[in-house]
Every structure is written in C-alpha cells, then in structure tokens.
Design a protein around this ligand. Structure first.
Ligand code: TYD
Ligand code: MG
Length: 257
C-alpha cells in the first residue's frame, strides 16, 4: 500500500461529501482512506454513508458525547494518533473535512518522495478560501511552497504535507506521541506537529497548488476569533499562539526559515 490518507471529520455536512469525493477521485489508486469521524450529527452521517462502500475507505467513529470530553484533548490529534496506528501506507498524508484535494495530488506527492529517497517530508502550495454562510467565497489566500523550510508551523497547512511512515518511530521516541493532544494547541494542532517534525527534518517544496482549504463560519478557526465564542471554545484553556511556536522552534533549531 503506497499512501494512507488520514481524514478527520466532525459536523461539516456541506463539505465532507466534496472532500471525500475529491480524495476518492485521485489519478493514483494505491491508497487507503482512514475516515475518522468524531461522532458527527445525523445529517453529516447521512452524507458520509454512501462513501463507506468504497473498499479503500476504512471508517471509524468515536464515542465522544459530552462537550467536556471534546474540550479535554485536541480531538483531531487524538483521532489522527489512533489512525496512524491503524494505517498501512508507506506514505502518510492528512485531510480535513473541509479540504478539497487536486485530482493528481497523491500521484504528484508520492512520485516526489519516490524519486527522492533522502527527502522525508514534502509539502505543496495550497489555497485557502474563506466562505460565508451562503457558501460564497469572501477571501482567498495562496500559501506558496517555494523553499526547503525548517519553519513550517503556521506557514504550511494541515492538508498540504506527505511524509514517510518510517519517520514516525523517531517522532514517538522524541516526544512520547505522534500528534500533540494537549488542548492548548486546539487551534494549532497541525503547526504543533510540524514544530516536532522540523526539529528532526526540513520540509521540501512541491511548488504547485494541490489542495484547497475552506474556512467556514463553523470552523474552529473562525469561532476562536469571532465575538460570540461557541460552547466548546469557552471550555478550552488559553490557546498557544503561532508566534510562541515559531520563536521556540527557531531557538531550538537555530533556523529562521
Ligand atoms: P475545523 O473546525 O475545520 O478547524 P479549523 O478552523 O482549524 O480548520 O476542525 C479541524 C478538524 O478537527 C476537522 O477535520 C474536524 C475535527 N474535529 C473533531 O474531530 N472533533 C471535534 O470535536 C472538532 C471540534 C473538530
Ligand atoms: Mg478546517
């Protein structure tokens, strides 16, 4: 098995179907998709159901019920750590329920790693689109992949990386876990994971847009910055910032980029 896609999902009925369709319509077929659903509402489950008959999809649903439980640990980090243990691919890549893969993303990124045995982690350019309640795009930001970097946190997106499975034991040895489940990083879970990776390896660029990330009014990111905090956000501890992560990483590695 070449690639394991680790996808997290929670209550995004208007996006999760599009995200799944784009992941399953890849030009490269040698992959499994671990769909980790955090006990979504009935509407979201209805959207997901038809995809479960695809033999490449492996579906897991958590038993999380209370908001207290949701706030105790960074839920997507918990789900990803479980999925890593279940996964079988030579390469690991990540997907959220509000991100659309380019059709040749898996092919391009896995070829990149196939051709460069010394590269452990590749990242692509990506586009972030902010959408309003009607699904209208109100702002677009491109994140270009231009250089080899030891400063990926808050620059590279969750859904824009692929890494070798073989690096994971060393991450575990060094940090005691793969992704960090500490809820002070709920907003920056991907950046926190990259903070770990970058202490060990740089990220190598594939300068093409290979995923489209949608920030909706229900995404955690929007909720944290909005005036009316949701019930979940109000239960979280004070959140670490990009600046803190990046400054500590620069101090640890001696790299500014
Ligand atoms: P998302 O709301 O998309 O946050 P962001 O603003 O950072 O994009 O959530 C990120 C991922 O976390 C998404 O795939 C859904 C998942 N998630 C859970 O698995 N459980 C939860 O309780 C929450 C709130 C999110
Ligand atoms: Mg999101």
């Amino acid at each position: 098995m070449k690639v394991s896609i680790i996808m997290t999902s929670y209550n995004k009925p208007h996006f999760v179907g599009k995200a799944l369709r784009a992941a399953l319509n890849q030009t490269m077929g040698d992959f499994e998709l671990l769909l980790m659903d955090d006990n979504s509402d009935a509407e979201t489950q209805r959207v997901i159901r038809p995809f479960l008959s695809d033999p490449r999809v492996r579906f897991y649903r958590s038993g999380v019920k209370s908001l207290e439980e949701r706030a105790q640990k960074t839920r997507y980090a918990v789900l990803i750590n479980q999925a890593i243990r279940l996964s079988r691919g030579e390469y690991i890549t990540y997907l959220t329920d509000d991100n659309i893969y380019h059709p040749s993303r898996l092919e391009r990124m896995s070829n990149y790693l196939d051709e460069r045995p010394d590269v452990q982690i590749v990242y692509s350019s990506s586009v972030t689109r902010y959408v309003d309640d009607n699904g209208k795009i109100v702002r677009t930001v491109e994140r270009p992949a231009t250089q080899v970097t030891r400063m990926a946190p808050c620059i590279v997106d969750h859904c824009s990386v692929m890494h070798r499975r073989s690096i994971l034991p060393e991450v575990y040895r060094r940090f005691g876990a793969f992704w960090d489940e500490d809820p002070r990083y709920y907003r920056l879970g991907d950046a926190r994971f990259f903070w770990r990776l970058n202490q060990l390896w740089p990220f190598h660029p594939l300068p093409e847009v290979l995923d489209y990330n949608y920030i909706t009014t229900v995404s955690l990111h929007q909720q944290m910055f909005s005036e009316e905090k949701s019930a979940l956000i109000r239960k979280l501890p004070p959140q670490k910032t990009c600046r803190e992560l990046r400054e500590s990483l620069a101090a640890l590695t001696g790299h500014g980029t």
